[in-house]
Design a protein around this ligand. Structure first.
Ligand code: C2E
Ligand code: CA
Ligand code: CA
Ligand code: CA
Length: 274
């Protein structure tokens, strides 16, 4: 409250102003980072369910502010979407990832894409340019999309997905089982892979029906000949249940956290020489 003298005060709702100020500050810091090409990327290994070998990696954006504070993607991705910076962020992550992944010619590369990027009519040609510039085999790239866009903007989504497939890029449906995507949409959009959401894996520990739900989900996908990755595997018990359900690819802290490009290169060289 501000003292105006003679006992009169005015109350300000400070918390609102502080929030708005913090948001716009964070936004300009993010903009500065992107303009400096300063977004970094970590890579989480994808594991073949049968052999246990690393078959690919998923690229995950990482933002460290100048003071060293790490901001979660769950914060800065929505911020970039609201502030009109997601195209820039997404393409930066893609270029960095393609560049790094040229050192791992036998691994696939998964890159996340925001539903808003699919709305950009230039998206597919931008992806194609980035692939060309990195001299990358498009068949090694999988673009991961979440189901939101399939419901809110099915026509735009279909155009972008068809375009990606035409240039040889694979498309995965991310976070499957967390929302509303139906088996029907799997057929219509022609996904090359499904990534089952971590919540279905976590449920294995809590709910004795969860195993059956997971098995039914994977069986449906397999009936459509779509391979399935399970995310967020943290324990051996989860890995066993997920293998039994018929997933062909595993991802989670049990195998590896997201690591630097250099760490992937070390892993890769070890596997090649061993
Ligand atoms: P996502 O695409 O579902 O990525 C998987 C998230 O789960 C990652 O979180 C990863 O670090 C985390 N994770 C992997 N294994 C485990 C596990 O065993 N246990 C637990 N608790 N978590 C695990 P991260 O890196 O914080 O990313 C969060 C989300 O932010 C991503 O979810 C994705 O939706 C989004 N995101 C990240 N990078 C990008 C990007 O470059 N572009 C876009 N559009 N979105 C991104
Ligand atoms: Ca993903
Ligand atoms: Ca996911
Ligand atoms: Ca997620």
């Amino acid at each position: 409250a501000k003292d105006l003298g003679r006992g009169m005060t005015i109350d300000f709702d400070d918390s609102f102003d502080d929030d708005a100020l913090q948001q716009s500050e964070l936004e300009s810091q993010l903009r500065a980072t992107l303009l400096n090409d300063g977004m970094s990327v970590m890579f989480q290994p994808l594991i073949d369910a049968q052999s246990g070998a690393v078959t690919g990696v998923e690229a995950l954006a990482r933002w460290r502010k100048e003071a060293g504070t790490a901001i979660s993607p769950d914060v800065f991705i929505p911020l970039a979407e609201r502030a009109g910076m997601i195209d820039l962020l997404g393409m930066q992550v893609l270029r960095t990832s393609l560049h790094a992944a040229t050192a791992w010619p036998r691994l696939s590369l998964g890159v996340n894409v925001s539903p808003l990027q699919l709305k950009n009519p230039r998206f597919v040609s931008q992806v194609q340019e980035a692939i060309k510039a990195a001299d990358f085999d498009p068949r090694r790239l999988t673009v991961e999309v979440t189901e939101g866009v399939l419901i809110s903007n099915p026509e735009q989504a279909r155009r972008a997905i068809d375009g990606l497939k035409k240039i040889g890029v694979k498309v995965a449906l991310d976070d499957f089982g967390s929302g509303y995507a139906s088996i029907g949409s799997l057929r219509r959009f022609g996904f090359d892979r499904i990534k089952v959401d971590r919540s279905l894996v976590t449920a294995l520990d809590l709910d004795h029906n969860a195993g059956a739900v997971l098995q039914a989900t994977v069986a449906l996908a397999n009936a459509l000949q779509i391979p399935v990755t399970a995310e967020g595997i943290e324990t051996e018990q989860q890995a066993t249940a997920v293998r039994l359900s018929g997933c062909d690819e595993l991802q989670g802290y049990l195998f590896s956290r997201p690591v630097s490009a250099d760490a992937v290169t070390a892993l890769y060289c070890e596997a090649e020489s061993g």
